[in-house]
Design a protein around this ligand. Structure first.
Ligand SMILES: *[C@@H]1O[C@H](CO)[C@@H](O)[C@H](O)[C@H]1NC(C)=O
Ligand SMILES: *[C@@H]1O[C@H](CO)[C@@H](O)[C@H](O)[C@H]1NC(C)=O
Ligand SMILES: *[C@@H]1O[C@H](CO)[C@@H](O)[C@H](O)[C@H]1NC(C)=O
Ligand SMILES: *[C@@H]1O[C@H](CO)[C@@H](O)[C@H](O)[C@H]1NC(C)=O
Ligand SMILES: *[C@@H]1O[C@H](CO)[C@@H](O)[C@H](O)[C@H]1NC(C)=O
Ligand SMILES: *[C@@H]1O[C@H](CO)[C@@H](O)[C@H](O)[C@H]1NC(C)=O
Ligand SMILES: *[C@@H]1O[C@H](CO)[C@@H](O)[C@H](O)[C@H]1NC(C)=O
Ligand SMILES: *[C@@H]1O[C@H](CO)[C@@H](O)[C@H](O)[C@H]1NC(C)=O
Ligand SMILES: *[C@@H]1O[C@H](CO)[C@@H](O)[C@H](O)[C@H]1NC(C)=O
Length: 405
């Protein structure tokens, strides 16, 4: 803790002196709040929630200089945790994870569906080489609602950001989340980059990064291999930029699903560029339910994507949640101004491009240009390699393989 005595600074010596006294302190970087100084023990046994929260409280609520909460190397157990702002310390506030943080594996310990929550913080920097280990393998069985009916509430996401603005999340690894790895909700201007997001391809509902009700989120240079969407963009999201993502295994980079619940608002302004998909079930996908309250998906660009062995490289599906595959959709959601450009590679599905729009709201301004995919699946019998369209009114251009509908 750094204390500056007023008598030492001396009012008569003025501003200049105060600055020169403060400068060497500022140059030392932020003040460090090491969780082990607050009682955390890296023995992979003790629950460290009290120590972590004490270090956070001191840094966020009690520091008068820039603060950094440090989780040093070692393995720390921790139960459900909330790091809440607003912080009174000068921005930004940094959390540096060098060790491995492990979740508790008793589902009844989670009062709400997140493990680590960050709330109401303006100017958070979450960084370090460390790992958030959600211990998913112990929890995934509880996610199977067919067998575990009485306890089948949604499992926690590993990291939930709520009302976190002007912030950065970088460097860390999220391993085996119970449900979503990172959930960004109600946030503004957050960059998530250089992340390693890892879980097995068959782990249930382990979306890599799920964004909802947020504006100006930037997601780039992440390696994501998981059991559900690598990135999913939920309702009421605007101005999202995604680039340089490696996705696989996983279900691709999706907008939606949207419209399951009536309060879900429009998605406007999404660009997904320069991404690579390896053996994923989908690539670029927009999915809406039939829905009950009208809303829109508009101004979306998927461009510069490479697909390797992807099942469904390009998909618009407006009958999501319907039991019948490719059922005609009367969705109340409207999809417009969507561009699929410069997408190449291989696919294992005969329907490499599927644009299934609503009978009630045909798609408008869907462009498919320079989409060059080679079929690399089993020999096709009684079918051809094709683009499927309903109510799509698509505009085709450039090299097209499969041929346009
Ligand atoms: C808050 O900061 C003051 C002054 O630096 C210090 O004396 C006090 O122990 C701190 N309180 C907590 C709860 O960290
Ligand atoms: C972050 O932005 C949201 C949406 O504008 C706002 O509701 C929230 O109060 C802001 N949070 C902070 C900590 O500034
Ligand atoms: C967005 O957040 C970053 C990181 O805190 C900050 O440097 C930048 O100024 C913010 N941008 C806007 C438009 O506020
Ligand atoms: C990601 O993290 C996992 C688990 O810690 C590790 O095995 C893997 O090598 C990491 N991948 C990258 C690209 O850093
Ligand atoms: C793309 O992301 C990878 C993996 O994080 C990184 O190594 C590489 O430098 C990034 N490339 C660019 C052009 O940003
Ligand atoms: C489309 O979205 C991009 C950002 O994703 C934005 O820069 C552009 O202004 C939007 N265009 C329209 C017509 O809204
Ligand atoms: C995508 O890649 C192209 C060609 O390599 C490059 O010109 C462009 O700047 C990249 N865009 C982004 C957003 O990374
Ligand atoms: C993708 O699938 C192919 C065919 O099953 C397999 O040979 C290849 O190793 C897989 N690639 C990765 C990165 O898993
Ligand atoms: C292909 O079509 C022929 C003639 O209609 C039919 O006899 C055969 O069973 C079909 N094969 C498959 C695999 O569907």
């Amino acid at each position: 803790m750094v204390l500056l005595s007023c008598s030492l600074i001396g009012a008569s010596r003025g501003h200049e002196t105060r600055r020169s006294l403060l400068l060497p302190i500022l140059n030392k970087g932020p003040e460090i709040f090491d969780v082990t100084k607050y009682g955390a023990v890296a023995d992979d046994k003790k629950d460290n929630v009290v120590a972590f929260r004490a270090a956070w409280g001191a840094a966020c609520k009690n520091s008068t200089t820039q603060a950094k909460v440090l989780i040093p190397e070692g393995t720390y157990r921790i139960a459900q945790t909330l790091f809440a702002g607003p912080c009174s310390s000068p921005k930004p506030i940094t959390i540096e994870i060098m060790g491995t943080i492990k979740a508790n594996t008793d589902p009844s310990e989670y009062a709400s569906p997140e493990w680590f929550a960050f709330e109401n913080i303006d100017g958070l920097v979450l960084t370090g080489k460390g790992v958030f280990d959600g211990q998913g393998p112990a929890m995934w069985p509880f996610n199977d609602c067919r067998t575990v009916k009485q306890t089948c509430s949604p499992l926690p996401s590993s990291l939930k950001f709520y009302k976190v603005n002007n912030s950065i999340v970088t460097g860390i690894t999220s391993l085996n989340s119970m449900q979503f790895h990172l959930h960004v909700h109600g946030c503004n201007n957050v960059s998530l980059f250089d992340l390693n997001i890892t879980a097995p391809g068959n782990s249930p509902n382990t979306d890599g990064i799920h964004v909802s009700s947020s504006d100006s989120i930037k997601i780039f240079s992440n390696v994501i291999g998981t059991g559900d969407d690598c990135i999913s963009i939920g309702h009421s999201s605007t101005n999202l930029a995604v680039h340089n993502i490696t996705c696989g295994p996983g279900h691709g980079i999706s907008i939606g699903s949207l419209g399951k619940r009536p309060e879900e608002g429009s998605v406007d302004g999404v660009t997904v560029t320069n991404c690579t998909f390896v053996n994923t079930t989908n690539g670029a996908r927009i999915k809406t339910w039939i829905g009950t309250v009208a809303a829109e998906v508009r101004n979306v660009t998927y461009e510069g994507l490479i697909m390797y062995g992807v099942q469904n490289p390009i998909v618009i599906d407006q009958s999501y949640g319907s039991r019948v595959a490719r059922a005609p959709s009367s969705s109340v959601w409207k999809i417009s101004d969507v561009h699929f450009r410069k997408i190449k590679g291989t696919t294992i599905s005969s329907i490499a491009v599927s644009l299934e729009c609503s009978t009630r709201n045909p798609c408008e301004g869907v462009e498919v240009a320079d989409v060059d995919l080679a079929y690399a699946g089993r020999t096709l019998i009684n079918t051809t390699f094709l683009t499927a369209c309903s109510n799509a009114k698509a505009i085709f251009g450039g090299i097209l393989n499969p041929p346009p509908c």
